[in-house]
Each structure stands twice: as C-alpha cells, then as structure tokens.
Design a protein around this ligand. Sequence first.
Ligand code: ZN
Length: 147
Amino acid sequence: MKDNKSEIGNRKSKIKKIDHIGIVVKDIRRVIAIYNSSFGMEGGEIEDIPSYGVKVAHLSAGDSSIELIEPVSPSTGISRFLEKRGEGIHHISFEVDDIQSSLSILKKWGIKSIDKVPRKGSGNTLVTFLDPKGTNGVLIELLQHIS
Ligand code: ZN
C-alpha cells in the first residue's frame, strides 16, 4: 500500500456524510407504518427505482435517514439478498461531491464498483455500489446529489 500512497499523493475520496443506512424489507408499507408510529420517524413516501428493481422509502430523524428497500423484481441483487439473508441492514450510503472522481481515486486503492456505471438512485441522486471485497465486507453505496 505504501507505493500506492505515494502514487496517489494526498488524493482521497472525500466523504461528505453518511447519507443513509439501507435496510431490506419484505413489506415496505408495513415497515413504514412501524417506523412512523413506533420510532416517530418522518417521511415514508414510496418511490419506484426501476434501475435497481426496487421500491424505496426514506424516513428521517433529524439529519439522519433510513432507506427501506423492497425488491419488486426477482432477478436483482437485492431480491437475492432477501432470499439468502432475510431482512436486515443492506448498505451504508456515503454522500460524495462527484461519484466519478471518487471511483477513480478508490480504484487506485483497489476498491472497485459493482455497477459498470453509476445509476439513477432515489430522488435526484446518482448512486453506485462498491464491491464489499474491497471494503471489509461492508456494502457501501456512493451517492451524489444531482440537480
Ligand atoms: Zn441507499
């Protein structure tokens, strides 16, 4: 890693904040009701994300946010996750200024993206997932707000 470091210099993929934590669920409507009533979290509007074959809903508490994800298409990574591992925490989403620039920096550190190109995420965002082999088994989503 020392050689890599000198080659990259001080370039880092600067993370602005943790945007949200993604949780895979079987029945998004039921879970939204639980988060709204039991935890008093706000939001929960359901949005279809065809690029990933899922429905998502964001719930917030202050600056923090949870993303509930229900797979709607059988052949997606998220539906396989639900089949194999059941409901639970799926990913952590880091907000960055520029996904492409972050990806090119991370690539030099041996951290690759799963997606060939970043995809349209929920709301006005562009997202991509990093290969967990390079991130200690954690599925990390990079998220960029676009206007
Ligand atoms: Zn996410």
